[in-house]
Design a protein around this ligand. Structure first.
Ligand SMILES: [Zn+2]
Length: 291
């Protein structure tokens, strides 16, 4: 069986043909349409999948946002604006003529990472820190999606009641402080207007404000991980995303986590799959949910 795996992110759309041994045999990528209307997304998906779909037996989508019964709803409109109720599975069924499934991209990545864990690991949390902060929870060997698809959205848990307003409508979410967008929004003076990548470069050269902004993000993540340990008793936390995998970031999170009481400590490691995690996790989900 060959799956047409699709990953819908805030900046790019990726598609791949994935065989049943989870090997990627073809892959392509296009930018997420700037207008982010349902029509623009449908047109972009058509352009993305048409060269691949004839070789696939089913499709499997990982997407940013909340996925419930194959319908995509954006939780943070600034991550995928304009899509309040997009019928993802129906749209791709119509485009490809294939059956398929959809799930949240961080949930998919959690599944892809979990697949490589030793059998003794039964409870794991995946956290991605990039433009936003997302997550996926594996409980007793199974991915938790929740009845409404919201499970694992740990970026929208509370970090600071006096913190900045988050795009989701709450105040002081982890995402509003620790994400790339949160780091950039807090920059002042000489760093004002720079993106997170540029702020990391300034931190590497010793800029005190840049160092403090990244430390604030890492400390926020460490508190989130302690909360997640209390909530799920996870044996391991896997960190992904462009910031989660940035040089020196994970050791900083580890440093702050070590300051929490021992009951809230857990093993931290870096994600293995990086940019293909959503594609592979979606393909894996389809194997278990499309027979
Ligand atoms: Zn939020």
């Amino acid at each position: 069986m060959i799956a047409l795996a699709i990953d819908i992110g805030g900046t790019k759309l990726a598609a791949a043909l994935v065989d049943s041994a989870l090997q990627i045999i073809a892959r392509r990528e296009i930018p997420t349409p700037a207008s982010q209307t349902p029509d623009a997304l449908e047109a972009a998906l058509r352009e993305l999948v048409m060269p691949l779909s004839l070789r696939a037996q089913h499709f499997a989508v990982a997407s940013t946002g909340i996925i419930q019964n194959g319908v995509l709803t954006s939780i943070n409109p600034s991550n995928l604006g304009g899509l309040s109720h997009f019928p993802l599975v129906d749209c791709l069924s119509a485009l490809t003529g294939l059956p398929g499934v959809a799930l949240n991209d961080a949930q998919a990545a959690a599944l892809a990472e979990y697949q490589q864990m030793p059998p003794a690991i039964r409870d794991m949390v995946f956290i991605t820190v990039s433009t936003g902060v997302g997550g996926g929870v594996i409980h007793d060997g199974q991915l938790v999606t929740g009845s409404g698809g919201l499970a694992g959205h740990c970026g929208h848990t509370l970090a600071d009641p006096n913190g900045p307003r988050c795009g989701c409508g709450r105040t002081g979410c982890v995402e509003a402080i620790a994400s790339g967008r949160g780091i950039a929004a807090a920059a002042q003076g000489e760093l004002a207007g720079l993106d997170a990548k540029a702020i990391f470069a300034h931190a590497a050269r010793g800029n005190a404000q840049a160092v403090a902004l990244i430390a604030r993000s890492a400390r926020t993540l460490a508190r989130l991980i302690a909360d997640l340990k209390a909530l799920t008793d996870c044996q391991r936390v896997v960190m992904g995303g462009s910031i989660g995998l940035a040089d020196g970031y994970l050791p900083q999170v580890q440093h702050y986590l070590a300051q929490e009481p021992s009951a809230y400590q857990t093993e931290l490691c870096s994600a293995r799959h990086q940019s293909n995690a959503g594609l592979l996790g979606a393909a894996l989900w389809a194997q278990g949910h499309l027979q």
